[in-house]
Design a protein around this ligand. Structure first.
Ligand code: 3HC
Length: 315
């Protein structure tokens, strides 16, 4: 039997959500609300940090200094997004180190998309254009999320994602309008990234285990399937504009729904990647674990310095 007091607090909480009043760190909130936000925000942060790896692979191999500088700036932005989001999760009482260790142990997730290899320079275009484009579709509604710190963090993140998407589409456009070899490179890359980008939006609404509560609490403002549909509707014309063919024989404009019908996603592939059996899952987690080990001396030195200063201030 629920405590009357708790029931009253839950009613007041839901009334604030329904009135679009932001929930702030010191406000009362249901334990489940806190828990699902820590889950989502920390996994979002993990995605940003792991997302640096596929692109970092091409910084030293960019075709010219301008492309190198732009890619470097983008990857640095992703690091900042990760730190920003870990901080947002900490406002809910999340332990940053523990959540990072959960990711390293394969307990906490990060976005499936980052478990695919980056095999050509064209992949840098597809990641910026498609992956960051999908991230924008998913993150713009998060700017209206009921939890204040997350919503505010998303405003800045989305502004930077727009730059990421534009630089990616510029790479794709340059290659698609280039030599026959460059156009073929762009099409081959597009064929590899199209379907994994659609998987980024998560399982179907019917299969989603968090959507009902996330929508009730206005964490999720638009459903997985609706965002996926929006992304397809926006991206297909962009691909056609630069002469790329969508690798989906079932893609078809549906006049009635004013959107594209598209083929079935390979959910077995999605589940395998999410469960850790994707092409690069092991490589990504090894790299993250290695980075933590290699950086331990910096942490230890910084903590030792902080302890020394604290002791000196106390004496
Ligand atoms: N990859 C890995 N796991 C996924 C996933 C994906 N693409 N989509 C869903 N999942 C997981 C969920 O985390 C959940 O597992 P969990 O209970 O262990 O956390 C399970 O599948 C069920 O999915 P639901 O749809 O029910 O879960 P959510 O309601 O949390 O919706 C989400 C999933 C849409 C990804 C949501 O968590 C979300 O909007 N997250 C914030 C945005 C985000 O994390 N984007 C990832 C990309 S970040 C990025 O691309 C950076 C850019 O700068 C490049």
């Amino acid at each position: 039997m629920k405590d009357i007091n708790i029931e009253e607090k839950e009613r007041e909480f839901q009334a604030k959500i329904d009135a679009d009043i932001k929930i702030e760190p010191n406000d009362w909130m249901p334990a489940e609300y806190r828990k699902t936000l820590i889950r989502q925000i920390s996994q979002h942060a993990h995605s940003e940090v792991v997302g640096m790896l596929p692109e970092g692979n091409w910084i030293t191999r960019a075709p010219n200094l301008r492309r190198k500088a732009v890619l470097l700036a983008k990857v640095q932005d992703e690091a900042g997004h990760g730190l920003y989001l870990y901080s947002a999760a900490e406002t809910l009482g999340s332990d940053r180190e523990a959540s990072i260790d959960d990711m390293h142990a394969g307990i906490a997730k990060y976005s499936s998309i980052f478990n695919y290899p980056t095999l050509s320079w064209a992949d840098m275009g597809m990641i910026g254009w498609l992956v960051d484009g999908a991230a924008i579709s998913n993150q713009v509604p998060l700017c209206r999320c009921s939890y204040g710190p997350y919503a505010r963090a998303m405003v800045r993140v989305c502004k930077e994602e727009s730059f990421h998407q534009r630089q990616g589409y510029e790479i794709a456009t340059t290659l698609a309008n280039g030599t026959p070899e460059q156009k073929a490179m762009a099409q081959e890359s597009f064929n590899r990234w199209w379907w994994p980008a659609l998987m980024m939006f998560g399982p179907t609404d019917a299969a989603s285990k968090h959507s009902a509560l996330s929508m009730k609490w206005k964490i999720k403002r638009v459903s997985n399937d609706e965002l996926r549909q929006q992304f397809v509707n926006v991206t297909v014309p962009q691909a056609e504009l630069i002469g790329l063919t969508i690798p989906d024989p079932d893609l078809n404009w549906n006049e009635e729904k004013q959107g594209y019908d598209f083929g079935t996603i390979n959910w077995e592939e999605f589940n395998q990647v999410v469960q850790g059996n994707g092409p690069c899952n092991k490589e990504r987690l090894d790299a993250r674990r290695q980075a933590k080990e290699n950086g331990m001396w910096v942490r230890e030195a910084a903590l030792a310095h902080a302890e020394k200063r604290k002791a000196k201030m106390a004496s």
